[in-house]
Ligand binder design. Structure first.
Ligand SMILES: O=c1[nH]c(=O)c2ncn([C@@H]3O[C@H](COP(=O)(O)OP(=O)(O)OP(=O)(O)O)[C@@H](O)[C@H]3O)c2[nH]1
Ligand SMILES: [Mg+2]
Length: 204
């Protein structure tokens, strides 16, 4: 496979770190929005993870003239009827920090018993080529919402997310980055995408 350039269409440093690790064995030259300081991010006006991933990937592909990969993701909590969902990054307000979002989530969940604290991270990844060709992959990670934050790894809601499948006493911020990448919504979506990638790149 000839080495192609891929722009990661995200300004989230946590995502960039995980995506770079997950893509490290592929013959790709990875760029990020920091390499294009003159290009602004698009507004996330979509009504679904797919819409937002698609509009971000398309925007960065057309603006840079390169292949672009976008990730739209979020936490769906059953007791909150799927919130914060596509609004996960801005749950506590337009420029909310991870800590503020977590505080709001725990406040909303304060009377919810353990058996109803189920939820999941969802991730939709789109890779878009300026010619208009694109690919999609999805991943889901099931878990419970903890009652207080723990751990220093990861980003976002990781300190209050207890993955079901690994060691349910540990939050996603208490497991190693390698384990998170193997199990997570993002890791699974990217693994699915990587399966499809050789044929996609060949056809460009
Ligand atoms: O604990 C977490 N572990 C994860 O693995 C994870 N993945 C997503 N999220 C949350 O969902 C929002 C995405 O929103 P989002 O897709 O719009 O991204 P974003 O606005 O942060 O950056 P961009 O990619 O749009 O530039 C993020 O900010 C986080 O709050 C996560 N939280
Ligand atoms: Mg965003």
């Amino acid at each position: 496979m000839r080495r192609k350039t891929l722009v990661l269409a995200t300004k989230n440093q946590g995502k960039i770190r995980e995506l770079k690790t997950l893509l490290k064995d592929l013959p790709l030259k990875i760029l990020t929005p920091e390499d294009f300081p003159e290009i602004k991010s698009p507004e996330e006006i979509g009504q679904s993870f797919f819409d937002n991933a698609f509009l971000k990937a398309r925007h960065w592909a057309l603006a840079t003239g390169q292949l672009a990969l976008a990730d739209d993701s979020g936490l769906e909590v059953d007791a909150l009827r799927g919130a914060p969902g596509i609004y996960s990054a801005r749950y506590a307000g337009p420029s909310a920090t991870d800590e503020e979002n977590i505080r709001k989530l725990l406040e909303e969940m304060k009377d919810v018993p353990w058996e109803n604290r189920t939820g999941r991270f969802r991730c939709v990844i789109i890779i878009y080529h300026p010619s208009g060709r694109w690919l999609k992959a999805e991943g889901v990670w099931e878990g419970l919402i903890a009652t207080s934050p723990r751990g220093e790894e990861g980003f976002g809601y990781d300190p209050v997310f207890l993955p079901l499948e690994f060691d349910f006493r540990k939050t996603a911020a208490e497991i190693s980055p390698e384990t998170k990448n193997r199990l997570s919504h993002r890791g699974r979506a990217l693994a699915a995408l990587i399966e499809l990638l050789p044929d996609f790149l060949q056809a460009l």
